[in-house]
Design a protein around this ligand. Structure first.
Ligand code: 3HB
Length: 320
């Protein structure tokens, strides 16, 4: 059984078997195994702020290793993996290659089913030397790497996040699974991202809106923003974007509940993260989220850029 906790103060020795640790602090750091499990650092906070740790744990024995630039921990059912691409003029080729290597590694280790991916991309909205936005260049490499690995681009894509960071380069971490049980979902009022029209870049973003992992009764909600159809809505209007984003989440949860015969609701988040473009908007977004999910849900907010320059916030989470 896989689990996740986000904390600023729980000592790592208090966790059981650790599959992997992501430290959101002042600096991006290459993944390593020095602690005995994969640890990676992503620059998501200012240096003076306390880092927050996302810890992925397992009730079973964990084995860790590294290959082809990918560091991983696995327990026989789930695998946590992570890699970092150094800062570069363009990411397409390196992204294609590392996504391809990731899929080969997952195949070889016997965890061929991606469940959830987080892609933290520095300078995500900048234009690169080739005149392409960094995010679009990344999306091109990702789509090519997944395609080369034989991924079914309409039914086999996992939930994901593609978001800015304050460091340099690209840091990715992911969860994969052995049995093939994950179920992927789309949002009824959004065009699936892998079918976005060409105006958003040479290759569409490769992700599903949510993935259900029945074995751990977890629903992984992708980064969700103020998009209806394929268009951004309420440009320049923070409350309008909060409303649309929250409504997108409600509709997605209703659709998942209907399809699975279960009931996933707004107060069943066990981890909720929000990305906010402007620091001055952080308190307001925090208030809006607290009103929505109540006082008990663990909530972290990060002041970073978002994949479309007109989007002011994005929300993701894990629900049980
Ligand atoms: C992505 O490119 O993986 C992605 C981007 C988002 C939200 C979710 C996923 O802005």
């Amino acid at each position: 059984m896989i689990d996740v906790a986000v904390s600023t103060d729980t000592p790592l020795r208090d966790y059981g078997g650790i599959l992997g640790v992501v430290e959101f602090g002042g600096q991006s750091r290459n993944p390593d195994l020095t602690a005995g499990y994969p640890t990676v650092g992503i620059a998501m906070r200012e240096q003076r702020e306390q880092p927050v740790r996302e810890v992925w744990t397992s009730a079973s024995e964990v084995t860790s290793g590294a290959r082809d630039g990918i560091v991983y921990g696995h327990d026989g059912t789930h695998l946590f993996g992570t890699f970092r691409l150094p800062g570069a003029e363009a990411y397409r080729e390196a992204t294609r290659s590392v996504y391809r290597r990731t899929m080969t590694l997952l195949h070889d280790l016997g965890y061929p089913h991606l469940v959830r991916m987080w892609n933290h991309i520095a300078d995500i909205n900048h234009t690169n030397a080739g005149g392409l936005e960094v995010y679009r260049d990344f999306c091109q490499g990702r789509a090519e790497g997944l395609e080369e690995a034989g991924t079914d681009m309409s039914a086999g894509l996992p939930a994901a996040t593609g978001i800015g960071s304050r460091g340099d380069g690209v840091v990715v971490y992911f969860i994969a699974e052995r049995s093939g049980a994950p179920l992927h979902f789309e949002n009824p009022r959004q065009v699936p991202a892998h079918r976005y029209p060409r105006e958003y870049g040479p290759r569409s973003p490769s992700f599903a809106r949510a993935t259900l992992l029945p074995s751990s009764e977890k629903l992984f909600l992708s980064g969700t923003a103020s998009i209806i159809g394929h268009r951004s809505t309420h440009v320049g209007d923070l409350d309008g974007q909060c409303d649309t984003t929250l409504e997108n989440i409600r509709l997605l949860l209703a659709s998942v509940s209907e399809k699975t015969g279960g009931k996933v609701e707004m107060d069943s988040f066990t981890m909720l993260k929000a990305y906010v473009r402007h620091e001055s908007d952080v308190p307001h977004v925090r208030r809006r989220l607290r009103e929505e999910v109540g006082p008990l849900v663990p909530l972290e907010l990060f002041n970073v850029d978002i994949c479309r320059s007109e989007l002011l916030l994005e929300i993701e989470g894990v629900l049980t």
